[in-house]
Design a protein around this ligand. Structure first.
Ligand SMILES: O=C[C@H](O)COP(=O)(O)O
Length: 252
């Protein structure tokens, strides 16, 4: 049975004290929840990961990274390798976020390399993709999503998929307050499962968790998460406040 996941992407927010405080509030609130089939993940910015790892140690809150470089090591000023993440005890990295694609020029080809580097280091990947508004308006959203997934992930062997989580994030819904309707999310998630099944098999498609991201908040999460093919969310703004984040975890 695939896992439900609530992952908070803190993006470039919170200094070290604020990160520790937020992590602390989340850890102490999540501690008493029965999370049989739900994973809770927080992703602080790189410089705050170590401190947040200390707070989350021994708890049911996982810490992940927002990005990594594809090279093993070397002259890549300002970058972080997969091995650096695993050396902190991390097990998961987000790749392909639309902000990385838009502001840092991450192409499908670069993302395929990052995917390979992460998996070579036994990191699980939360792989993000999603269409921009023009694609949605011109009814091109399924093609865009299919090509993003295909170009970065379909070269992988079947067994690599146990380390893949998919996150559909329509760009027009990120940080805008405008969410995809639960029906739009369900429609896309079902499509994603269909193309994964066609490329691999029904079991891979059934087992992969597919998260929705884009203006999820405590007011709309329940309805979105209740959809058959929606296995949770990748949360931005609402993950920066412990009460909101906890409410989302309780929304299944
Ligand atoms: O990674 C998270 C997404 O970009 C969603 O961000 P948001 O919840 O602020 O719209």
């Amino acid at each position: 049975m695939r896992k439900q996941i609530v992952a908070g992407n803190w993006k470039m927010n919170k200094n070290v004290q604020e990160s520790v405080q937020l992590a602390d509030e989340i850890v102490s609130n999540v501690k008493d929840l029965a999370l049989d089939n739900t994973r809770v993940i927080v992703t602080p910015t790189f410089v705050n990961i170590s401190e947040v790892v200390k707070v989350a140690e021994g708890s049911n809150v996982e810490v992940a990274a927002q990005n990594m470089h594809q090279a093993k090591s070397g002259a890549y000023t300002g970058e972080i390798s997969a091995e650096m993440l695993t050396s902190l005890g991390l097990k998961t990295v987000i790749l392909g976020h639309s902000e990385r694609r838009e502001y840092f020029g991450e192409t499908d080809a670069i993302l395929a390399e990052k995917v390979d580097a992460a998996l070579a280091n036994e990191l699980e990947i939360i792989f993000c993709f999603g269409e921009v508004l023009e694609d949605r308006k011109s009814d091109n959203h399924f093609n865009v999503v299919e090509s993003q997934i295909k170009n970065a992930l379909f070269h992988l062997p079947v067994d690599a998929w146990k380390n893949i989580v998919l996150a559909y994030e329509p760009v027009w819904a990120i940080g805008t307050g405008e969410t995809a309707s639960p029906e739009q999310a369900q429609e896309m998630h079902a499509f994603i499962r269909k193309i994964v099944a066609a490329q691999y098999n029904a079991e891979v498609a059934e087992n992969v968790s597919v998260l929705y991201g884009g203006s999820v908040n405590p007011g709309n999460a329940k309805e979105i998460f209740s959809k058959e093919d929606v296995d949770g969310g990748l949360i931005g703004g609402a993950a920066l406040n412990a009460d909101n984040f906890i409410a989302l975890i309780k929304s299944f």
